[in-house]
Structures are given as C-alpha cells and as structure tokens.
Design a protein around this ligand. Structure first.
Ligand code: MAN
Length: 372
C-alpha cells in the first residue's frame, strides 16, 4: 500500500496546540478525555476553533466503566435539575466488548454506548497557534437524538452568517445537525438536516447554480460503502438531488472509508477537497481531490498518495492512535493552515503550500483514480 507523501508539511512547533489539560470539564467530577476534530473560521481578526470536547465522569471504581448519557428530553445544561444518566457497566461482563476505547459493543459487534459524551467549545487566537479555550461549553447536546453527544463540527460562512454542521449521536444512530451564528459566539439550532446514518457534512462556501451544496457521507449497511456524496438545497434545510461523488480505492490508503474533511476551498481550477480516509486497520490519513466548480459531483483529479499520514508521536499514539482528522483549514495566499484532531485526543496544526497541492493534483489528472 502506498502511504508515501510528497507534499512538504510543516507541523506547528507548538503541537499539540490544545490538549485535554487545557480544557475545563463541564462538571468538577468529570474528566476531559479528548479535545479534537475542531471546525475553524476567521472572525474579527481572530482564528476561532469550535472544538469537540469528549468527557466522562472520573472513573474511580475499577470494577465499573461509567458511561454518560444525556436524559432523553433534557439538555446537558439541565444536569442539576434533570441529572444526566450515568450507566455503570461491569468491567468483567463477558457479554460486553471494551476493546475499542471509543465504544462499548455487545458480543455481536453492535455498539451499545459511547465511552464519552462530546459537546462543542470555542477557542480563540490572534496568531492562529496560541488559543484561549472558553471555560464552559459553547454548544451542548440537546434532546434524545443527541443523547450520546455532538461531534466533529465544520464551519462554513455563507453570505453574512456562519453555518456549522455536526454529528448528532444517539442510540438512533449518527444524524447531521445544523447550527447558525452571526459571531461564532452564540448559536441557533436549525435542526437535523440528514437522518442516520450520515456524517462528515461540509457545506460549500457559496451557491453553485443557484443552490447550496454539501458533501456528505452516508454509511450504507449490507450493500454499499462509506463513500462521499453531494446534495443540494434551496434553503440549507431541505436537501435533495443526491449524487455519488467519490469512492473507496481498494489497495490504497483510503480503502475502507472516506469523508469530508475540510470545507471545500475554491480555486480557479475547481473546488479543492481535503478529505479523510482510512484503511481497514483504522489508519486515518488526509487526502486531496479537485472537483468541478459547476458540478461538485464530478471529480477532476485525486491524489493517489495521502496528503498527510500520522507520523508525529501525538498522531501515532493516544486515545485512538494513528488518526489525523481535519474539519477545517484557513487559507492565506499560498499558505494552507489545516487544523486537525490527532489520535482523537489533541488538536494540532500543520501548514503546507496550496500551490504544491494543486501541482500534485494536476499530475494525477487523467489517471482514472477517482474511484467511481
Ligand atoms: C470517526 C469519527 C471521528 C473520529 C474517527 C477516528 O470517523 O468518530 O470523530 O476522529 O472516527 O476515531
């Protein structure tokens, strides 16, 4: 399998730029397990990250694993009035599988619970590297369809508002929610825009052919694979015209699952799509593709090699090792600063040249590597 990289990557010297110790848990008796997979946008001269913060009650009893679940009708803010349910699972219970640190499964491999609950938390920086993290949650999960938390935000500016998509996780599956904001400080809920199982939604930053467009990633069961699609909408709420965009590539680094990624970046030659992919060993890497400006389902070029693979110590070890997972980037002329979650526990930043990625993509054109 080819995992060699050809793009010169400059990881921030301060990486990881935000770690769990920099984030106060929501409750004094809880602990933050991970701060990762943040959405990013510039606003008013600041770089704003909307972090995914995964936390859980401190695990003091070695015989039990404590699982936090939001009460069905509550919001996490109501914890005092309407306590969050804490489920205690017996560590020795042989019908339970604790081998994946992210989830608890039954003996058939079905997911029963997540081991943490995530909310979204803002962090701000003047230089894009030193961030101040808010002391309390910015957006909390709410209601039964977010009972297991909200994850992986991606921020797109459209006209004069910011729109943030996220994964809404519950026992009903992973759905996609939408938030809107004028200042990246307070958010309004726009509801769920895609039903389970779907995730990795990134909105294009302008209308195409008079419609809004999204990248999305259904997870078909039994038939089909977790691959990338696009859809359009007249109002950001109602989505249709679903089209297949990009598929898995057997034998390559993105053979088991792919999905957005950063918010698409407009270039003269097409939309630059920085997406994530994984192989069947759960090695997550980032890749690059170019799609048609007018037809976002049409792949013009796709790099054969990954753009970035886990290499630094904080990427190859951690809560869920060998993961680099970006939900956003900031572009300044030739510089792309990509913010990414490393091993599902810290935030890191990497810089690379826009021109170099475009050159690489133009070399792969006509090679028939679009996986469709
Ligand atoms: C899934 C999502 C991400 C996570 C990766 C790796 O794709 O849950 O949030 O980073 O898995 O665990």
């Amino acid at each position: 399998m080819t995992r060699e990289q050809s793009i010169k990557l400059v990881r921030a010297a301060a990486n990881p730029i935000i770690a769990p110790a920099d984030v106060a848990p929501s409750y004094p008796d809880w602990e933050v397990l991970g701060v990762f997979n943040a959405g990013v946008h510039r606003h008013d001269g600041e770089t704003v990250l909307l972090l995914r913060v995964a936390e859980r009650p401190r695990q003091s009893d070695p015989a039990h694993v404590l699982i936090p679940v939001l009460n069905e009708e509550g919001t996490a803010a109501d914890r005092q009035a309407q306590p969050m349910r804490i489920i205690a699972l017996d560590r020795e219970d042989e019908s339970l599988d604790f081998s994946d640190p992210r989830v608890v499964r039954d003996s058939e491999g079905n997911t029963l619970y997540l081991t943490s609950i995530s909310h979204l938390r803002a962090a701000r920086s003047r230089d894009g590297l030193r961030f101040e993290v808010d002391a309390s949650p910015t957006v909390l999960p709410a209601g039964r369809l977010e009972a297991w938390g909200i994850e992986d935000p991606r921020i797109t500016r459209l006209e004069d508002r910011y729109y943030t998509t996220y994964s809404a996780v519950s026992e009903k599956g992973v759905a996609v929610g939408l938030l809107s904001s004028s200042d990246l400080n307070t958010y309004e809920r726009e509801g769920l825009i895609l039903a389970p199982t779907n995730k990795d939604v990134a909105l294009f930053p302008e209308k195409i052919g008079g419609k809004y467009w999204m990248l999305h990633r259904p997870v078909p069961e039994g038939l089909g694979s977790p691959e990338m699609w696009v859809a359009s909408s007249p109002d950001l709420i109602h989505w249709g015209d679903h089209r297949f965009q990009m598929g898995l590539r057997p034998g390559l680094w993105d053979s088991a699952r792919i999905g957005a990624g950063c918010v698409p970046i407009k270039t003269d030659e097409g939309w630059l799509i920085l997406y994530h992919g994984a192989d069947d060993q759960h090695n997550y890497a980032m890749g690059a593709a170019l799609v048609d400006l007018e037809r976002p389902d049409r792949v013009l070029a796709r790099m054969e090699q990954p753009l970035m693979v886990p290499e630094a110590e904080y990427e190859t070890s951690g809560f869920f090792a060998n993961v680099v997972f970006a939900c956003g980037a900031v572009v300044d002329d030739d510089k792309i600063m990509m913010y990414y979650g490393a091993s599902d526990d810290t935030m890191a930043a990497v810089q690379f040249s826009f021109r170099q990625v475009m050159e690489q993509l133009s070399q792969t054109r006509q090679k028939g590597l679009d996986g469709s």
